[in-house]
Design a protein around this ligand. Structure first.
Ligand code: PEP
Ligand code: MN
Length: 376
C-alpha cells in the first residue's frame, strides 16, 4: 500500500490554481485518485493533496515541478493521513470554537463523568468559570459494563446542559456517543439551543474498533473527535481506528490515552500508559490527551499528600500531553457513575496549579533539549 502526499506552500487558498494543477496532473495517471485536504492550523493553513491508488510508479518530480508545490512525500506506512511520515510532514492541529488543539497546546477538560442533575452540572460549570476554564467533559450516553447500571440521561439532558454551558462560557464539551443517532440528537439539541457551546464527540474505549461508528463520525465535520485508545488492542490498531475517521474526511481528531486493561495494573483500574504520549506524537500528527481518572479509577492518597490521579496527570503532562480529560463532581458520593474517581470542585484550583507546575517543567525540558540540539 502506498500513496503520495503533495504539500502546497503554506497559506495557499483552496481555490488556488496549484490545487487544480495537481489534481489535473493526478488525473493523467490511470488508477490514481486525488483527495484535497485543508489543514487549518493555529497560525497558518496548509493544503495537502493525497494521491491514492496505483501511485507506486508515479514520479514525484511530476508534482514537484508544479508552481505552488512545497514538497512531495511518498508514504508507504499505515497511517497515511495521520502519520508523521518520518518527520516529513508537519503536525498541524485544528481550531474549534476558538480553541486551538495541536501537539503544542495544553487544555484541561474537568467535568462530570455522567450528567445527573442540572444542579450538579451548574455547580461544575460555575467552578470552571471561576477557574477560567472553558472546556469540559459531560457524559449523556454512558456505555456501562452492566445493563442494570445507570446508562446516562441521554438526549433528555442535552437542552439544559447546552443552555447552562452557554451561560457559563463553556466552549467545548467532550461527550461520548455510542451510536450514530446520538450525533443527530446532539446536532438537533445544539441547533435548538442556538449553539451556545461546542461538542467534541468522544469515541469510548469500548467502541475503539466499531468501524461503522468511526466512519460515521469521520463523515461529519461539525464536531471534532476525541478517540479513546482501545483498552485491549495494540497501539497500532488504535491508530488505524483514527485513520478510519480521517480517511472519511474528518481529520480533527485527538487521541486519548486512558490506560490498558490488565490485572498487572492493579491496584489501578487500568495500567497507566502515559509513557506513550511522546510515542503517539512521534508516529502521528495527532494532539494527545490523557485521562487520569479512567486510568487510575480511584481517588487514593499517596503518602506525599498527592492522589494517584494527581501523580499520573503529572506523568502525562511532563511527557507533553496536550489535553487532560478528568472526572470531577460537586458531590462524588451522589454521582451515578464513577464517583470514587471524581475530584471535588474544591480540589479544582489546586489540581490546576499542580498541572501548571508540571507544564512549566515540561516547557523548560523542551527548551533545554532544543538548546542542546542547537549546540551539538
Ligand atoms: C469516559 O470517559 O467516560 C469513559 C467511559 O471512558 P473510556 O471509554 O476510556 O472507558
Ligand atoms: Mn467514567
Amino acid at each position: 500500500m502506498s500513496g503520495v502526499i503533495v504539500i502546497l506552500k503554506p497559506d495557499t487558498p483552496r481555490d488556488a490554481r496549484a490545487v487544480k494543477a495537481v489534481t489535473d496532473r493526478a488525473a493523467t495517471f490511470p488508477g490514481v485518485t486525488a483527495r484535497v485536504h485543508e489543514v487549518a492550523g493555529s497560525t497558518r493553513s496548509l493544503i495537502e493533496i493525497y494521491l491514492i491508488g496505483s501511485t507506486a510508479t508515479i514520479p514525484t518530480a511530476a508534482f514537484e515541478e508544479i508552481d505552488g508545490v512545497e514538497r512531495v512525500v511518498r508514504i508507504s506506512e499505515k497511517y497515511r493521513m495521520l502519520g508523521r511520515h518520518k518527520g516529513q510532514v508537519e503536525a498541524v492541529g485544528f481550531e474549534y470554537q476558538g480553541v486551538v488543539f495541536d501537539q503544542d497546546s495544553l487544555h484541561v477538560l474537568p467535568g462530570l463523568c455522567a450528567v445527573d442533575t442540572p444542579e450538579h452540572a451548574e455547580a461544575m460549570f460555575r467552578a470552571l468559570r471561576s477557574a477560567g476554564i472553558a472546556t469540559t467533559r459531560m457524559g449523556a450516553y454512558k456505555p456501562r459494563t452492566s445493563p442494570y447500571d445507570f446508562q446516562g440521561l441521554g438526549k433528555s439532558c442535552l437542552p439544559w446542559v447546552f443552555e447552562l454551558a452557554g451561560k457559563y462560557g463553556i466552549r467545548v464539551i467532550a461527550m461520548e456517543v455510542t451510536h450514530e443517532s446520538h450525533i443527530s440528537e446532539i446536532n438537533e439539541a445544539l441547533d435548538a439551543a442556538g449553539s451556545p457551546t461546542g461538542v467534541m464527540l468522544q469515541i469510548g474505549t469500548r467502541n475503539a474498533q466499531n468501524f461503522e461508528l468511526l466512519k460515521f463520525v469521520g463523515q461529519q465535520n461539525r464536531f471534532p473527535v476525541l478517540f479513546k485508545r482501545g483498552m485491549g488492542i495494540t497501539l497500532e490498531e488504535s491508530l488505524n481506528a483514527c485513520e478510519y475517521v480521517a480517511s472519511e474526511g474528518n481529520r480533527n481528531i485527538i487521541l486519548c490515552l486512558r490506560g490498558m486493561k490488565t490485572n498487572l495494573g492493579d491496584p489501578h483500574r487500568n495500567f497507566v500508559d502515559f509513557a506513550h504520549v511522546p510515542v503517539v506524537k512521534r508516529l502521528t500528527r495527532l494532539p494527545v490527551a490523557i485521562d487520569p481518572s479512567h486510568s487510575v479509577g480511584r481517588k487514593e492518597l499517596a503518602p506525599d499528600g498527592l492522589t494517584d490521579i494527581h501523580h499520573v496527570t503529572a506523568q502525562g503532562v511532563i511527557a507533553g500531553a496536550n489535553m487532560v480529560l478528568v472526572d470531577f463532581h460537586p458531590n462524588p458520593s451522589k454521582a451515578l457513575c464513577d464517583g470514587p474517581q471524581a475530584l471535588t470542585v474544591e480540589e479544582l484550583g489546586p489540581y490546576l496549579e499542580d498541572i501548571a507546575i508540571v507544564r512549566d517543567a515540561y516547557l523548560k525540558r523542551r527548551a533545554a533539549a532544543a538548546g542542546a540540539t542547537a549546540a551539538a
